[in-house]
Design a protein around this ligand. Structure first.
Ligand SMILES: [Zn+2]
Length: 121
């Protein structure tokens, strides 16, 4: 039986729980995460793109758990922010491979999200 995106998301929720994070589903605000409150905010929808966003946020969690994420520097240093966003997408990619999430559209999706940090920050 093929896994649905809902099945995959369930596994990612379990991973988030293991890492100590709760999921807050909400419409109308972009996906984000709060390291201090340990909350990942996600869209309630479950398309492949929503899964990509989820693995990216988890990528930040993994990076943070390795104590390699300086939130002060993230907020004040543009190059550091770009680097940390790249790392988030990189760990996200590794999660896609691990959880057998289709990766074909991941690079362009990730790049288009990442580049907004160059344009708008
Ligand atoms: Zn990010």
């Amino acid at each position: 039986m093929e896994e649905t995106f809902e099945d995959v998301r369930e596994k990612l929720v379990q991973l988030a729980t293991t890492l100590g994070y709760k999921i807050n589903y909400t419409t109308g605000s972009p996906n984000s995460m709060n390291f201090n409150r340990k909350i990942i905010t996600l869209s309630p929808f479950c398309s492949l793109k929503d899964i990509y966003s989820f693995v990216h946020e988890l990528g930040h969690c993994i990076d943070y758990s390795k104590e390699k994420f300086n939130t002060k520097k993230y907020n004040s240093n543009k190059l550091y922010r770009l680097w940390k966003e790249f790392i988030g997408w990189w760990y996200g990619f590794k999660l896609c491979v691990k959880y057998k999430i289709p990766i074909k559209k991941y690079p362009s999706y990730a790049f288009n999200k990442w580049i907004t940090y160059i344009k708008y920050t």
